[in-house]
Ligand binder design. Structure first.
Ligand SMILES: O=P(O)(O)OC[C@H]1O[C@](O)(CO)[C@@H](O)[C@@H]1O
Length: 564
């Protein structure tokens, strides 16, 4: 979006000229109520955005721009099942996954809500049977380990949530997550589980993803070898997918498949059957609380005025910094170890959604879209990269996330953690001047090195506790933030064509790594790298050295994924 595209955007640009020269110290000095006014609250969540370069006028202008771009209509379109995913001609109905059973929503001639609840009920009774020891392994052993095999949206959400809800998970079942095609990932997990007591949940929307299918095939071979009978697979493998035929072709019966639908985007699929591994860990009741929290946020997104709407506020603040201040990255800093994977989860949600250069009509976008999203849990980050945040040459808007009540009894730890969270926002905003250093007795020669310029923006989001309910709220909050930004930037946040090219090329490269006669089809750099690899593996793979074909070679195209 160009910062002057449209009257509201142009007004914002004029306003930005006035605001950019104002230090956060000055904004606080001018308005002593800022800390209590530039706050939004909803259903236990508390968002402080006073330490950003905004005033009430900025928020009005940002809301005006959102209105001018028909964001309210966009929200209604999203929630009512309009085909907002315009490049794939389908709705993006992740909100239907957490809509209560009594509602109806007809899309494409059928009621999606009743389908959602049919699958939820099936998941619930399956999870209950596994947790109660009624579903058993082939040799009669109880399921003690679940291995979720999936990648991207079929991995990041459940893996993030499993860690976030560690206080709620069953002690009887440990869940492991395998995503990477790197064999070290699967090998490390298989070393830690007992085949007689392990359930594999193969999670893939398309069921054509090379990483997931390769890992699943290897896991199946390992299981059959260990238990000595291919019949064992039916007791130890279930699937989560939209692709019934591919699941059947893999050898998983349809009774052992949990369905979802093409109108659920991978990165918004945690609340679908993709959450099965999580449900096995926390139980169906807690999983439904996760859905209830997300639904509460959906209702807020649908009904709250734009200037008090949490996802809209987060989204518009992001637009303010990206498009007017020209920031290129955005840090997410959870001050809660349980949210350690939340930044990685958000990387897919925000960067796969909004890392685009053409608008919904296929024309080049005017101006910038998604920034790079990154982050680490506090306080670890403080001892690593915060130096750059405080004194580096780039402006990085920060999002601090804190939880008021921990799930442990070590109150001293928790007070220290929260003190650090609050102090970091303070240090970023206000810094430390040369005069203050002089007053503190710092020698003159050292002062320039110790000055912290401040004026670095952050928002602070506080959750009362980290529970399934509040995690559901948090996930939906960021889903809607990503939607808001995609809408403002005029792009489709629900496709990801950019990831396809590398997968396609990997098919050809794989063939040339493994075949007797690599094709002269690559650039000179890639050729040299392929040669280097082949020279090295000749020492360990005699078949290639002898001019033959690697017995493991499965042919060109194995590393690609055909979209359904
Ligand atoms: O669930 P699937 O179909 O295996 O896809 C996994 C991931 O691959 C992607 O299509 C792109 O890498 C993601 O959008 C998706 O979450």
């Amino acid at each position: 979006m160009r910062p002057d595209a449209g009257p509201a955007a142009a007004r914002l640009q004029v306003h930005h000229h006035a605001m950019r020269g104002r230090h956060l110290r000055e904004l606080f000095a001018r308005d002593s109520e800022r800390g209590s006014e530039l706050v939004a609250e909803y259903d236990g969540l508390y968002l402080d955005y006073a330490k950003t370069h905004v005033t009430a006028e900025t928020i009005d202008l940002l809301a005006g721009m959102a209105r001018e771009r028909h964001l309210e209509q966009g929200i209604q379109d999203l929630l009512s099942g309009q085909p907002v995913n315009c490049t794939e001609a389908r709705p993006a109905l992740h909100t239907a996954l957490r809509t209560p059973a009594h509602a109806t929503l007809t899309v494409g001639g059928y009621d999606v809500i009743s389908r959602v609840h049919r699958v939820l009920d099936r998941m619930g009774s399956f999870a209950d049977r596994v947790r109660a020891g009624q579903w058993r392994g082939y040799t009669g052993g109880r399921i003690r380990s679940v291995v979720n095999i999936g990648i991207g949206g079929s991995h990041l959400g459940p893996a993030m949530a499993y860690q976030a809800l560690s206080a709620d998970v069953s002690d009887d079942i440990e869940v492991h997550f395998v995503s990477n095609i790197d064999g070290h990932d699967l090998a490390a997990t298989l070393r830690r589980v007992d085949p007689a007591h392990t359930l594999f949940v193969v999670s893939s929307k398309t069921f054509t993803t090379a990483e997931t299918l390769t890992n699943a095939r290897t896991a199946r071979a390992w299981l059959v070898e260990a238990l000595g009978d291919a019949e064992a697979v039916a007791h130890h493998f279930v699937a989560v997918s939209t692709n019934r035929d591919a699941v059947a072709a893999f050898g998983i019966a349809s009774e052992a498949m949990f369905e979802f639908w093409d109108w659920v985007g991978g990165r918004c699929s945690l609340h679908s059957a993709i959450g099965l591994s999580l449900m096995l860990a926390i139980g169906p009741g807690q999983f439904r609380r996760l859905l209830a929290g997300a639904h509460s946020m959906d209702e807020h997104f649908r009904t709250a005025p734009l200037r008090r709407n949490l996802p809209v506020l987060l989204g518009m603040l992001g637009v303010w910094y990206r498009n007017y201040f020209g920031t290129t990255t955005h840090a997410v800093l959870p001050y809660d170890q349980r949210l350690a994977r939340f930044p990685a989860y958000l990387q897919q949600l925000e960067m796969e959604s909004n890392g685009k250069s053409v608008d919904r009509t296929g024309r080049p976008v005017q101006g910038n879209t998604a920034p790079v999203v990154w982050g680490e849990p506090g306080t670890n980050g403080q001892h690593a990269f915060f130096q750059l945040l405080h004194q580096g040459t780039c402006l990085v808007p920060c999002e601090f996330i804190g939880v008021l009540e921990p799930a442990h009894g070590h109150t001293e730890h928790h007070d220290m953690l929260i003190a650090n969270l609050l102090a970091q926002g303070q240090a970023l905003a206000f810094g430390r001047t040369e005069d203050e250093l002089a007053e503190a007795g710092v020698p003159a020669w050292q002062r320039p090195h110790r000055v912290c310029p401040g004026n670095r923006p952050s928002v602070t989001l506080l959750l009362p506790r980290l529970t399934p309910y509040t995690l559901g709220q948090l996930v939906a909050l960021y889903e809607h933030k990503a939607f808001t930004q995609g809408w403002i930037w005029g792009i489709n946040p629900f496709d990801q064509w950019g990831v396809e090219l590398g997968k396609t090329l990997a098919g050809d490269v794989l063939a040339d790594l493994q075949s007797a006669q690599p094709q002269p089809r690559h650039d000179s750099s890639t050729h040299a790298l392929i040669d280097h690899y082949r020279t090295h593996v000749h020492q360990t793979r005699p078949a290639i050295a002898a001019g033959g074909v690697d017995p493991n070679w499965k042919g060109s195209g194995d590393a690609t994924k055909d979209r359904v």
